[in-house]
Design a protein around this ligand. Structure first.
Ligand code: GRF
Length: 228
């Protein structure tokens, strides 16, 4: 177990409930992390307010001040780099990140996405799962690569789809499980148990052939049994 807490920068565009789960876990010493900065594209995002309320630097970089995506991303990630994170967590960050920036942070940037990847990359995932008649839905944590929601998946949490689910009801029921999944996954990364390598994701040095699944008691396990 690494002694020093993992410094984490969070990118968020909206409500910030995933960020809040991280801030609460840090405050209650449930995770060996330190959220060192929160950054986004929307000055009014609740996520930024949540960070400031916890004494964490929070900055919005407004896209309209930049002529293109590449220059915007350079400016945003210069601010991210300024807090020297060991891990960047995209949690409700709604902009595509340019390939050059992603390449620089590959293996050190994860995203939580509300679907069982590789199903339903992109937006409106709950609506698409319902339209497809899926009996199961869920969320995934993956390492970020230039392909939108296409990077190697570390972990997933599965929730049942109910008879009269609406996209809103499904999203509402899934969200707390996203928080559990994000914390359990970052716990493994913070303990340097999970790493991203050119060959794929390794767990304690062992190549991961399928995403870890979150159990009801917050353990993550793979086909070989419990991991952590
Ligand atoms: C969550 O469903 C997350 O998976 C998606 O954005 C939604 C809101 O997240 N990326 P948050 O409440 O802003 O953390």
């Amino acid at each position: 177990m690494s002694a020093t807490p993992l410094p984490i920068a969070v990118l968020a565009s909206g409500e910030g409930t995933n960020l809040q789960a991280l801030l609460d876990a840090q405050r209650e010493s449930r995770l060996p992390i330190t959220v060192v900065g929160v950054f986004g594209d929307k000055p009014a995002a609740r996520a930024l307010e949540r960070a400031r309320r916890c004494g964490v630097v929070a900055e919005a970089i407004e896209p309209r001040a930049y002529s293109d995506r590449a220059s915007y991303d350079e400016a945003l990630f210069a601010r991210v780099a300024s807090v020297a994170p060991g891990l960047v967590v995209c949690a409700g960050y709604m902009r595509l990140i340019s390939a050059a920036i992603v390449e620089h942070w590959v293996g050190r940037m994860i995203n939580i996405h509300p679907s069982l990847l590789p199903k339903y990359q992109g937006l409106r995932t709950h609506q698409r799962a319902l339209a497809a008649g899926d009996r199961e839905h869920g969320a995934s944590v993956h390492f970020v690569t230039p392909e939108l929601d296409g990077g190697p998946v570390v972990s997933r949490v599965v929730v049942e789809v109910r008879e009269h689910d609406t996209p809103e009801a499904l999203a509402h029921r899934l969200l707390p499980h996203e928080h559990r999944l994000l914390l359990a996954t970052i716990a493994l990364i913070a303990r340097r148990y999970v790493t991203a390598t050119p060959l794929g994701i390794t767990i304690d040095g062992r190549l991961l052939h399928e995403p870890l699944t979150l159990a009801p008691d917050d353990y993550l396990y793979d086909a070989a049994g419990f991991v952590a």
